[in-house]
Design a protein around this ligand. Structure first.
Ligand code: DON
Length: 298
């Protein structure tokens, strides 16, 4: 497929992702007062990949509480999403829940006493509830493709198991992890699913507490500092918002108290984050003054 260089290059290591048309671009914005805007391919589904790590973390905090932080750190890694280098120095405790190693530990927590199928079902139900949309699904083709090529993730998981930081069998944990990553959602569904992080942890439609305000604040903090791997500094510099990227080309971004935004464009920059998506968010923030570093009225 011909590439326009300014759009970046779609991920090549998961076959179905490499086949997505790199000319796609979508955006959706849901505001705190309930308005919804979508543009371009904002209603087309794509593989959310690592963005699922935000929802997995939210669920795992509900299971393990703050004990989770004894098994996963809260520091930016400064390394690639699938890096193994820090794990040896840090005795199998991943730097943060958004690198692959961290999300694999989070998935181990979610498995708890469940069977893998139940853990996948729980995540799917959670995301559907957040978005208020029963049509969200797991793309089995993507999950299987990753299972066939997930050698680095297998290495990370085995390494952490050797340090005693995985409780369940590696194959089970990775099976669930790959299915989370294979969630297929549109920008609109994703922006809706992210609303609880804009509202201090409350579901805007039901008023139910998804997480406490303190947890919502902490998840946002981790998205700001760790949500784009070794590109987190650049994302904070250019956009200045909590954000989580995925190699499918999606980014979920939160403007606390104001909006939940999802963008999607499959072409990635050299750090595996959506090139056009980041550019679009940079332009949006410039126009709206929505960066968390912009002065707030009052
Ligand atoms: O584990 C993997 O490699 C993928 N399922 C997820 C990686 C990912 O999305 C990294 N984000 N930019």
């Amino acid at each position: 497929m011909a590439q326009a260089p300014e759009r970046g290059v779609p991920a090549g290591y998961i076959a179905p992702l490499a086949a997505v048309d790199s000319a796609r671009f979508g955006i959706a914005i849901v505001t705190a007062d309930g308005r919804e805007f979508a543009g371009g391919d904002g209603d087309m589904t794509f593989s959310i990949q690592s963005i699922s790590k935000v929802f997995a973390l939210t669920l795992a905090l509900g299971v393990a509480g703050d004990q989770l932080w004894t098994r996963v750190g809260v520091e930016p890694s400064g390394t690639a999403f699938n890096s193994i280098v820090q794990l040896e120095h840090e005795q199998g405790i991943p730097r943060n829940p958004f690198i692959n190693a961290g999300a694999i530990v989070v998935t181990d927590v979610l498995l708890g006493r469940h069977e893998p199928r139940e853990a996948i079902g729980e995540m799917l139900r959670f995301v559907r509830m957040l978005a208020g949309d029963k049509d969200i699904f797991v793309d089995e083709t993507v999950a299987r493709a990753e299972e066939e090529t997930g050698f680095r993730n297998l290495a990370l998981a085995n390494y952490m198991r050797a340090f005693g930081n995985l409780r369940r069998p590696v194959e089970q944990v990775l099976g669930v992890y790959f299915h989370h990553c294979a969630l297929a959602m549109s920008c609109r569904q994703l922006a809706r699913a992210g609303r609880y992080l804009m509202t201090g942890g409350r579901h805007p439609e039901t008023g139910h507490s998804i997480v406490s305000a303190r947890r919502a604040r902490r998840i946002n903090a981790l998205m700001l500092t760790c949500g784009h791997y070794d590109g987190s500094g650049e994302f904070a510099f250019r956009v200045g918002l909590p954000g989580k990227s995925g190699v499918g080309g999606g980014i979920l971004t939160i403007v606390p108290g104001v909006a939940s935004i999802a963008v999607w464009s499959p072409g990635l920059n050299e750090r595996g984050n959506s090139q056009l998506g980041t550019f679009a968010l940079e332009r949006l923030v410039h126009r709206t003054g929505w960066s968390i570093f912009d002065p707030r009225p009052g």
